[in-house]
Design a protein around this ligand. Structure first.
Ligand code: CTP
Length: 206
């Protein structure tokens, strides 16, 4: 099976040298790509900039913004058996990106206007074909299971992986995983490699 995996935090440019992003390291997405290859599958890794080296054998697509990630996923979604959206996609992007570097010019402090980005996961959940699997992540600091289950329903997901803010950039983390017809499963203090292998095994069983 071919897996399509997204990783890293997207960059939303304000001008050619400044952007809004988030603290995502990409570790979970890259661990998933390694786990997929180890399990004998093929992987396309759509990655925002990270400090990580992609695994040998992965088909790597480098993007920066949420819009570029959406275009890359749209182009490849029909060719994959399972999409795992591990990326931290910006929910908002600047309403306008300046083509030239914004100067101070002694003016009053600028105001940044934002517009929503497309929800890639929701798009995939709506457009999946029979047999295609769509897996999402949820970062929740409260009501983790209830919020994650709502996301699962809203976005037509086959599996959701929920964790708290402590998982960001961490080597080990707690994760709670739910498959569409299964119960919640809790992984305590596992490395992202172990969590990724579990996610891949669960996806294989869907
Ligand atoms: N996601 C996406 N496209 C976006 C935003 C998020 O595909 N524009 C994906 C992420 O990759 C992740 C999941 O959606 O798999 C996270 O869901 P989301 O509802 O964005 O979670 P939060 O950003 O945590 O939402 P909220 O702030 O409402 O909790």
């Amino acid at each position: 099976m071919r897996f399509l995996i997204t990783a890293g935090g997207t960059r939303e440019y304000i001008d050619p040298v400044r952007f809004i992003s988030n603290a995502s390291s990409g570790k979970m997405g890259y661990a998933l790509a390694r786990a997929v290859l180890r399990a004998g599958h093929e992987v396309t890794l759509v990655t925002a900039p990270t400090a990580l080296r992609p695994p040998k054998g992965a088909d790597v697509v480098r993007i920066e913004s949420a819009a570029q990630m959406f275009a890359a996923v749209k182009e490849r979604f029909s060719g994959c058996g399972c999409l795992i959206m591990a990326a931290a996609v910006a929910d908002y992007t600047p309403a306008r990106t300046s083509k030239t570097k914004i100067k101070k010019d002694g003016r009053a402090s600028p105001t940044l206007q934002l517009k929503p980005t497309a929800d890639i996961l929701k798009w995939a959940g709506r457009h999946k074909a029979a047999g295609q699997i769509v897996v999402g992540f949820a970062l929740e600091d409260r009501n983790l299971r209830a919020n994650a289950e709502r996301k699962m329903t809203d976005k037509h997901l086959d599996m959701i992986v929920a964790n708290g803010p402590a998982a960001i950039d961490a080597e080990r983390s707690d994760a709670q995983i739910k498959t569409i017809d299964g119960d919640w499963l809790t992984l305590h203090g596992k490395s992202k490699t172990v969590t990724a292998r579990r996610i891949v095994r669960l996806a294989e069983g869907l």
